[in-house]
Design a protein. Structure first.
Length: 131
């Protein structure tokens, strides 16, 4: 389950966490990531952040359309359709984040995975997205 807790990090971007620090730098130190792992992780999370940034624009548009439909007292069927569009974008963003988390987790050694998993067990959220 620790992988799922990294989802917020990807959707928010990996830089600029609490205290202005870089969460990837924190993970690199905590997990003793190699330079290669850190480079690969940065590329993985940058790609997911870019994909989710694009999706955020679609999400805003879908939410605005739903709000307008509510105010216009549209039919329940129309509201369902617009709500489903919002959910589809949110699902796409969750998928982007989950895929990035899975790719990151696959980079880790068994020892690093154990440390990463333990982050969640201690209430730390199990990933870089938790503050």
């Amino acid at each position: 389950m620790a992988l799922l807790t990294a989802l917020p990090a990807v959707s928010q971007g990996f830089r600029g966490g609490a205290g202005g620090g870089n969460r990837l730098d924190y993970l690199a130190g905590y997990l003793s990531l190699t330079d290669s792992q850190k480079t690969q992780a940065q590329a993985i999370f940058d790609a997911a952040s870019t994909a989710n940034e694009t999706a955020r624009g679609h999400l805003t548009a879908a939410q605005d359309a739903l709000k307008a439909a509510i105010k216009a007292n549209k039919t329940e069927a129309e509201l369902d359709q617009l709500a489903a569009a919002v959910g589809a974008v949110q699902g796409r963003m969750a998928g982007n984040s989950a895929k990035a988390s899975a790719k990151f987790y696959a980079l880790l050694t068994a020892e690093q995975k154990a440390k990463y998993d333990a982050m969640g067990a201690r209430g730390g959220g199990g990933g870089p997205g938790r503050r």
